[in-house]
Design a protein around this ligand. Structure first.
Ligand SMILES: Cc1cc2nc3c(=O)[nH]c(=O)nc-3n(C[C@H](O)[C@H](O)[C@H](O)COP(=O)(O)OP(=O)(O)OC[C@H]3O[C@@H](n4cnc5c(N)ncnc54)[C@H](O)[C@@H]3O)c2cc1C
Length: 440
């Protein structure tokens, strides 16, 4: 079996993987990206709508345009790129498990250091199975869509039921139309964007049906993708049946009051296609089998202030860590992760960290530890929809920061930074907690 050796390996060549790899290369380390698709860019390549990069590039780009800028930078760097290659296994390296000769492939970015920690089994149609030995791994595998099985919609099993992202790939990359007369379940951003896209290509979008009393996508997408096209949004409503034998013929929609289905108010919408936009799940099968501890709220790894998991040398960033709404946040987080990998490879340790957790009305906070000596970028998700709230940061029940928020909702990620000054006075057993409370 062919063996390769790099200081660091990034699994996944989407926005997160490319940004992290570029930082590691800038730090002077040999790095490779392994990507299972035949192209870099990840999910961005099928998002042909505008709205990407307002923060990173200060202009509005499409997904492929945003990706192209990073792809150019990667190709001009010394980063080694393995396309059409899937990482199937990630295990600790030991000299006794067949690692003897580390391989001396003279590829771009090959490492100078002979001390690997992790072993990645990779497979590609061209090369077959090969192994990469490395000191650091960045998990950047993105996320996958929840499907009909995940939300258990009863009914028959006809053709014409897709996840919204799959439909997006069919329309934008493969050039197929998945159906003509469409009902979308869930008001997540991908579903909203597909409502507009399907309307543009001449299909009829009957409705978007959302179980929650509020939309789960960004407000800008509700306006630009539904309101502008006169597409109805049924909130507090559930699709309770899918009809049709060979092909979808319609769905039953049942309104809800205080979480209870009101059967007598159920109605039927005719359609030939159902698109599901019911959430994303970080793609952590590989991480789980490697022994990475996962967080119950995010579905991504538990990470410290460096975005390092419980396994030394394994880091995570982007949608595999927690689902992001904007690619700009993914890029920012991944660049930070790349810098941390560089420091870790150079042997720099974090001396003092403090645990950080979600408090009242906060669903999740990433990372799960903060560095007491430096600035920490923090990302959190609200559990509530509310106007005029205070984001309160408490260190051992003492308020150390309060930020007024005019509006919060679960679909819009909140970002902030906590620095050395604010974390002054941290004790051995201290905890930082973030809460969303009515404005004082
Ligand atoms: C439909 C949609 C619309 C969006 N719209 C916007 C928008 O308007 N504006 C905005 O700013 N953001 C938007 N976003 C968000 C943003 O684009 C994403 O959050 C971001 O691109 C995710 O990047 P990532 O690198 O974490 O994941 P991905 O792009 O998913 O990349 C992960 C990569 O890992 C690879 N991979 C996974 N497992 C393996 C393995 N075992 N071996 C090798 N490779 C592997 C995958 O093939 C994939 O290429 C949108 C996202 C979606 C899905």
């Amino acid at each position: 079996m062919k063996d390769l050796y790099y200081d660091a390996v990034v699994i996944g060549g989407g926005a997160a993987g490319m940004a992290a790899a570029l930082e590691i290369e800038r730090g002077g380390h040999g790095v490779a990206i392994v990507e299972r698709e035949d192209f870099l860019g990840g999910i961005l390549m099928q998002c042909i709508h505008a709205g990407f990069g307002l923060k990173v590039f200060k202009e509005e780009l499409t997904g492929p345009e945003f990706a192209e800028r990073f792809i150019e930078a990667v190709l001009q760097s010394s980063i080694a790129v393995y396309l059409g290659t899937t990482v199937t296994k990630l295990v600790p390296w030991t000299a006794t498990n067949g690692g003897g000769d580390l391989g001396r492939e003279q590829e771009k970015g090959v490492s100078t250091s002979p001390f690997p920690r992790w072993e990645l089994f990779c497979v590609s149609p061209e090369v077959g199975v090969f192994r990469i030995l490395t000191r650091a791994v960045v998990l950047a595998m993105g996320c996958r869509e929840r499907n009909r099985g995940n939300i258990r919609i009863p009914g028959s099993r006809p053709a014409g039921i897709y996840t919204a992202g799959l439909a997006q790939r069919l329309v934008n990359i493969e050039g197929y139309i998945p159906g003509r007369n469409i009902v979308i379940i869930g008001s997540g951003d991908i579903g909203l964007i597909m409502a507009r896209r399907m309307s543009w290509i001449g299909c009829t979008v009957q409705a978007v049906v959302e179980i929650m009393p509020y939309p789960s996508g960004l407000t800008r997408n509700i306006v630009q993708c539904l309101d502008d096209f006169g597409i109805p949004l049924y909130l507090s409503s559930q699709v309770t049946n899918i009809f049709g034998n060979h092909r979808v013929e319609g769905v039953e929609v049942t309104p809800m009051e205080r979480g209870v289905l009101i059967r007598e108010k159920a109605f039927r919408l005719s359609c030939d296609t159902v698109l599901l936009s019911v959430g994303l799940v970080p793609e952590n099968e590989l991480s789980r089998t490697a022994g990475v501890e996962l967080h119950p709220s995010t579905g991504g790894p538990v990470v410290d202030s460096r975005l390092m998991t419980n396994l030394p040398g394994i880091f995570a960033c982007g949608n595999v860590l927690h689902v992001h709404d904007l690619v700009d946040w993914v890029t920012e987080e991944a660049s930070f992760c790349g810098k941390q990998v560089t420091q870790w490879l150079a042997g720099k340790m974090v001396l003092r960290q403090v645990p950080c957790r979600a408090g009242a009305n906060v669903r999740s906070v990433t990372p799960n530890k903060l560095n007491v000596e430096e600035d920490n970028p923090l990302y959190l998700r609200s559990m509530i929809v509310a106007n005029e709230t205070d984001l309160e940061v408490r260190l051992d029940n003492r308020v150390i920061k309060r930020i007024q928020k005019s509006h919060v909702q679960p679909s819009e990620m909140i970002t902030l930074s906590l620095g050395k000054k604010e974390l002054e006075g941290v004790r051995e057993d201290s905890v930082v907690e973030l809460a969303l409370l009515p404005h004082q």
